[in-house]
Design a binder for this molecule. Structure first.
Ligand SMILES: Nc1ncnc2c1ncn2[C@@H]1O[C@H](COP(=O)(O)OP(=O)(O)OP(=O)(O)O)[C@@H](O)[C@H]1O
Ligand SMILES: [Mg+2]
Length: 259
Protein backbone atom coordinates (compact mmCIF):
# COMPACT_ATOMS: atom_id res chain seq x y z
CA UNK A 1 0.00 0.00 0.00
CA UNK A 2 1.22 3.53 -0.72
CA UNK A 3 2.28 5.88 2.07
CA UNK A 4 -0.50 7.73 3.89
CA UNK A 5 -0.68 11.48 3.26
CA UNK A 6 0.13 12.17 6.90
CA UNK A 7 1.33 9.94 9.68
CA UNK A 8 1.76 11.37 13.16
CA UNK A 9 3.25 9.16 15.85
CA UNK A 10 3.50 9.84 19.55
CA UNK A 11 3.59 13.61 19.02
CA UNK A 12 3.91 15.89 22.05
CA UNK A 13 4.42 19.62 22.26
CA UNK A 14 3.43 22.96 23.70
CA UNK A 15 4.79 26.37 24.60
CA UNK A 16 8.03 25.81 26.44
CA UNK A 17 7.94 25.04 29.38
CA UNK A 18 4.19 24.27 29.36
CA UNK A 19 3.19 21.05 27.66
CA UNK A 20 -0.16 21.39 25.86
CA UNK A 21 -0.68 18.07 24.06
CA UNK A 22 0.81 14.59 24.32
CA UNK A 23 1.16 11.21 22.62
CA UNK A 24 -0.92 11.97 19.58
CA UNK A 25 -1.18 9.28 16.91
CA UNK A 26 -3.03 10.07 13.73
CA UNK A 27 -3.04 8.66 10.20
CA UNK A 28 -4.62 10.48 7.30
CA UNK A 29 -4.94 8.58 4.04
CA UNK A 30 -4.92 10.15 0.60
CA UNK A 31 -8.39 11.41 -0.25
CA UNK A 32 -9.57 11.19 3.36
CA UNK A 33 -10.91 14.11 5.36
CA UNK A 34 -10.92 14.10 9.12
CA UNK A 35 -12.44 16.36 11.73
CA UNK A 36 -11.18 17.28 15.18
CA UNK A 37 -13.71 18.30 17.80
CA UNK A 38 -13.02 19.32 21.37
CA UNK A 39 -13.53 21.96 24.05
CA UNK A 40 -11.96 25.45 23.90
CA UNK A 41 -8.40 25.73 25.12
CA UNK A 42 -7.60 22.02 25.05
CA UNK A 43 -4.79 22.30 22.52
CA UNK A 44 -6.29 21.67 19.08
CA UNK A 45 -4.76 24.77 17.49
CA UNK A 46 -1.42 24.13 19.22
CA UNK A 47 -1.39 20.61 17.79
CA UNK A 48 -2.11 21.92 14.28
CA UNK A 49 0.54 24.62 14.57
CA UNK A 50 3.00 21.88 15.45
CA UNK A 51 1.97 19.84 12.41
CA UNK A 52 2.79 22.75 10.16
CA UNK A 53 6.03 23.61 11.96
CA UNK A 54 4.90 26.96 13.36
CA UNK A 55 5.94 25.75 16.78
CA UNK A 56 8.55 23.05 17.35
CA UNK A 57 7.43 19.54 18.26
CA UNK A 58 8.90 18.26 21.52
CA UNK A 59 8.96 14.59 20.64
CA UNK A 60 7.42 12.11 18.23
CA UNK A 61 7.35 12.16 14.46
CA UNK A 62 5.45 13.80 11.60
CA UNK A 63 5.65 12.09 8.22
CA UNK A 64 4.17 13.74 5.16
CA UNK A 65 3.86 11.47 2.11
CA UNK A 66 6.46 9.21 3.72
CA UNK A 67 8.99 11.96 4.39
CA UNK A 68 10.00 12.79 7.96
CA UNK A 69 9.27 16.51 8.48
CA UNK A 70 10.82 17.00 11.92
CA UNK A 71 14.20 16.14 13.35
CA UNK A 72 14.73 14.86 16.84
CA UNK A 73 17.20 16.64 19.04
CA UNK A 74 17.90 19.37 21.50
CA UNK A 75 17.13 23.01 21.00
CA UNK A 76 19.22 25.76 22.58
CA UNK A 77 18.56 26.38 26.24
CA UNK A 78 16.07 29.19 26.80
CA UNK A 79 17.83 30.83 29.71
CA UNK A 80 17.19 34.47 28.87
CA UNK A 81 13.59 35.43 28.44
CA UNK A 82 14.01 38.34 26.03
CA UNK A 83 16.36 36.65 23.61
CA UNK A 84 15.16 35.37 20.25
CA UNK A 85 16.46 31.80 20.31
CA UNK A 86 14.69 30.98 17.07
CA UNK A 87 17.09 33.32 15.30
CA UNK A 88 20.19 31.40 16.38
CA UNK A 89 19.20 27.85 17.31
CA UNK A 90 18.21 25.17 14.85
CA UNK A 91 14.53 24.36 14.92
CA UNK A 92 13.31 20.78 14.93
CA UNK A 93 11.00 21.65 12.08
CA UNK A 94 11.04 24.39 9.46
CA UNK A 95 7.62 25.81 8.51
CA UNK A 96 8.92 26.92 5.08
CA UNK A 97 9.95 23.35 4.21
CA UNK A 98 6.56 22.13 5.39
CA UNK A 99 4.64 24.64 3.26
CA UNK A 100 6.83 23.91 0.23
CA UNK A 101 6.06 20.22 0.63
CA UNK A 102 2.38 21.16 0.29
CA UNK A 103 1.19 20.86 3.89
CA UNK A 104 -0.90 24.04 3.94
CA UNK A 105 -2.44 25.37 7.14
CA UNK A 106 -5.21 27.99 7.07
CA UNK A 107 -4.93 29.32 10.59
CA UNK A 108 -7.66 30.11 13.09
CA UNK A 109 -8.90 33.72 13.18
CA UNK A 110 -8.02 34.92 9.66
CA UNK A 111 -4.50 36.19 10.04
CA UNK A 112 -4.44 38.20 6.83
CA UNK A 113 -2.59 41.48 6.35
CA UNK A 114 -5.27 44.21 6.64
CA UNK A 115 -3.48 46.72 4.41
CA UNK A 116 -2.96 44.38 1.45
CA UNK A 117 -5.62 44.03 -1.21
CA UNK A 118 -7.31 40.71 -1.91
CA UNK A 119 -5.37 40.45 -5.19
CA UNK A 120 -2.01 41.09 -3.48
CA UNK A 121 -2.82 38.52 -0.78
CA UNK A 122 -3.64 35.91 -3.40
CA UNK A 123 -0.54 36.61 -5.45
CA UNK A 124 1.68 36.07 -2.39
CA UNK A 125 -0.02 32.72 -1.86
CA UNK A 126 0.52 31.69 -5.47
CA UNK A 127 4.22 32.41 -4.91
CA UNK A 128 4.25 29.79 -2.13
CA UNK A 129 3.23 27.14 -4.68
CA UNK A 130 6.76 27.34 -6.15
CA UNK A 131 6.04 25.51 -9.36
CA UNK A 132 3.93 22.75 -7.79
CA UNK A 133 0.64 21.99 -9.55
CA UNK A 134 -2.33 23.47 -7.74
CA UNK A 135 -5.47 25.49 -8.03
CA UNK A 136 -5.35 28.31 -10.54
CA UNK A 137 -6.57 31.83 -9.83
CA UNK A 138 -9.45 31.24 -12.24
CA UNK A 139 -10.56 28.09 -10.42
CA UNK A 140 -10.36 29.81 -7.03
CA UNK A 141 -12.36 32.77 -8.34
CA UNK A 142 -15.01 30.35 -9.58
CA UNK A 143 -15.15 28.71 -6.18
CA UNK A 144 -15.43 31.99 -4.26
CA UNK A 145 -17.24 34.62 -6.35
CA UNK A 146 -16.81 37.25 -3.61
CA UNK A 147 -13.04 36.87 -3.92
CA UNK A 148 -13.29 37.57 -7.63
CA UNK A 149 -15.46 40.64 -7.09
CA UNK A 150 -13.26 42.25 -4.44
CA UNK A 151 -9.79 41.86 -5.93
CA UNK A 152 -8.84 45.55 -5.56
CA UNK A 153 -10.22 45.97 -2.05
CA UNK A 154 -8.05 46.03 1.04
CA UNK A 155 -8.55 43.13 3.43
CA UNK A 156 -9.58 45.50 6.21
CA UNK A 157 -12.70 46.50 4.26
CA UNK A 158 -13.96 42.91 3.99
CA UNK A 159 -16.49 41.23 6.25
CA UNK A 160 -15.45 38.33 8.51
CA UNK A 161 -17.03 35.84 6.10
CA UNK A 162 -15.27 37.34 3.08
CA UNK A 163 -11.94 37.26 4.93
CA UNK A 164 -12.50 33.60 5.71
CA UNK A 165 -13.14 32.90 2.02
CA UNK A 166 -9.94 34.77 1.10
CA UNK A 167 -8.00 32.74 3.69
CA UNK A 168 -9.19 29.44 2.22
CA UNK A 169 -8.63 30.75 -1.32
CA UNK A 170 -5.06 31.70 -0.36
CA UNK A 171 -4.56 28.19 1.03
CA UNK A 172 -5.70 26.63 -2.25
CA UNK A 173 -3.42 28.86 -4.31
CA UNK A 174 -0.46 27.59 -2.27
CA UNK A 175 -0.89 24.21 -4.03
CA UNK A 176 -1.78 22.07 -1.03
CA UNK A 177 -1.31 18.31 -0.91
CA UNK A 178 -3.00 18.46 2.48
CA UNK A 179 -5.25 21.30 3.61
CA UNK A 180 -5.60 22.09 7.31
CA UNK A 181 -8.52 24.36 8.23
CA UNK A 182 -8.74 25.60 11.82
CA UNK A 183 -12.27 26.73 12.75
CA UNK A 184 -13.22 28.21 9.36
CA UNK A 185 -16.85 28.83 10.41
CA UNK A 186 -16.01 30.97 13.44
CA UNK A 187 -18.40 33.94 13.49
CA UNK A 188 -20.02 33.19 10.12
CA UNK A 189 -23.75 33.46 9.43
CA UNK A 190 -25.57 30.22 8.44
CA UNK A 191 -25.71 31.34 4.79
CA UNK A 192 -21.99 32.08 4.50
CA UNK A 193 -21.27 28.91 6.46
CA UNK A 194 -23.12 26.89 3.84
CA UNK A 195 -21.31 28.66 0.99
CA UNK A 196 -18.00 27.84 2.61
CA UNK A 197 -19.10 24.25 3.20
CA UNK A 198 -20.04 23.85 -0.49
CA UNK A 199 -16.64 25.23 -1.53
CA UNK A 200 -14.79 22.84 0.79
CA UNK A 201 -16.86 19.95 -0.54
CA UNK A 202 -15.81 20.87 -4.07
CA UNK A 203 -12.18 20.80 -2.93
CA UNK A 204 -12.76 17.48 -1.21
CA UNK A 205 -14.14 15.95 -4.41
CA UNK A 206 -10.75 16.50 -6.05
CA UNK A 207 -9.33 13.96 -3.57
CA UNK A 208 -7.58 16.55 -1.40
CA UNK A 209 -6.95 15.24 2.12
CA UNK A 210 -8.37 17.69 4.68
CA UNK A 211 -8.00 18.18 8.42
CA UNK A 212 -10.87 20.29 9.70
CA UNK A 213 -11.32 21.62 13.21
CA UNK A 214 -14.70 23.08 13.94
CA UNK A 215 -17.21 23.49 16.74
CA UNK A 216 -20.16 23.13 14.35
CA UNK A 217 -21.04 19.44 14.27
CA UNK A 218 -23.47 19.90 11.34
CA UNK A 219 -20.65 21.47 9.30
CA UNK A 220 -18.16 18.74 10.20
CA UNK A 221 -20.71 16.06 9.38
CA UNK A 222 -21.11 17.30 5.81
CA UNK A 223 -17.39 17.16 5.08
CA UNK A 224 -15.50 14.53 7.06
CA UNK A 225 -15.02 10.75 6.91
CA UNK A 226 -13.58 10.32 10.40
CA UNK A 227 -13.92 12.35 13.60
CA UNK A 228 -11.33 12.58 16.36
CA UNK A 229 -12.30 13.81 19.82
CA UNK A 230 -9.68 16.01 21.42
CA UNK A 231 -9.68 16.31 25.19
CA UNK A 232 -7.03 17.78 27.51
CA UNK A 233 -4.33 17.57 24.87
CA UNK A 234 -5.06 13.96 23.94
CA UNK A 235 -7.10 12.17 21.34
CA UNK A 236 -9.80 10.59 23.45
CA UNK A 237 -11.91 8.98 20.74
CA UNK A 238 -12.15 8.20 17.04
CA UNK A 239 -15.30 7.44 15.09
CA UNK A 240 -16.35 7.01 11.50
CA UNK A 241 -18.89 9.30 9.89
CA UNK A 242 -21.62 6.68 10.38
CA UNK A 243 -20.83 6.44 14.10
CA UNK A 244 -20.95 10.21 14.71
CA UNK A 245 -23.60 11.29 17.23
CA UNK A 246 -25.24 14.74 17.16
CA UNK A 247 -23.87 17.76 19.06
CA UNK A 248 -25.42 16.73 22.39
CA UNK A 249 -24.15 13.18 21.98
CA UNK A 250 -20.62 14.47 21.35
CA UNK A 251 -20.81 16.75 24.40
CA UNK A 252 -21.91 13.77 26.49
CA UNK A 253 -18.93 11.77 25.18
CA UNK A 254 -16.56 14.58 26.16
CA UNK A 255 -18.08 15.71 29.45
CA UNK A 256 -20.33 12.83 30.52
CA UNK A 257 -24.13 13.00 30.62
CA UNK A 258 -25.52 16.44 31.42
CA UNK A 259 -29.07 17.66 32.11
N1 LIG B 1 1.25 31.57 22.02
C1 LIG B 1 0.93 30.96 23.19
N2 LIG B 1 1.76 30.99 24.25
C2 LIG B 1 1.45 30.36 25.41
N3 LIG B 1 0.31 29.66 25.59
C3 LIG B 1 -0.56 29.60 24.58
C4 LIG B 1 -0.32 30.25 23.32
N4 LIG B 1 -1.37 30.02 22.50
C5 LIG B 1 -2.23 29.25 23.21
N5 LIG B 1 -1.76 29.00 24.45
C6 LIG B 1 -2.41 28.18 25.50
O1 LIG B 1 -2.45 26.83 25.03
C7 LIG B 1 -3.66 26.20 25.44
C8 LIG B 1 -4.32 25.55 24.25
O2 LIG B 1 -4.71 26.57 23.33
P1 LIG B 1 -5.22 26.23 21.87
O3 LIG B 1 -5.38 27.52 21.16
O4 LIG B 1 -4.31 25.21 21.27
O5 LIG B 1 -6.62 25.54 22.17
P2 LIG B 1 -7.82 25.17 21.19
O6 LIG B 1 -8.23 23.77 21.57
O7 LIG B 1 -7.45 25.43 19.78
O8 LIG B 1 -8.96 26.18 21.67
P3 LIG B 1 -10.14 26.89 20.81
O9 LIG B 1 -11.20 25.83 20.61
O10 LIG B 1 -10.62 27.99 21.72
O11 LIG B 1 -9.57 27.41 19.53
C9 LIG B 1 -4.51 27.29 26.12
O12 LIG B 1 -4.39 27.13 27.51
C10 LIG B 1 -3.86 28.58 25.67
O13 LIG B 1 -3.98 29.57 26.65
MG1 LIG C 1 -8.16 26.70 18.36
Amino acid sequence: MSDPALQVENLSGGYDPVQIFQDIDLVLHKGESIGIFGPNGHGKTTFLKTLSGLIDPWSGSIRFHGELMNRVGERGSRKWRNFNYDAVTRRRMDPKTVARAGLIHVQQGNLLFPELTVGETLSISSGAAKGREGWSLEQVRGLFPCVAERGDHKIRFLSGGERQMVSVAAGLLSAPRLLILDEPTLGLSPKIRQELCDAILTVRKTGMPIILIDQDVGFLEQIIDTLYLFDHGRISGRMTHAEMPDHDGLMALLFGEYH
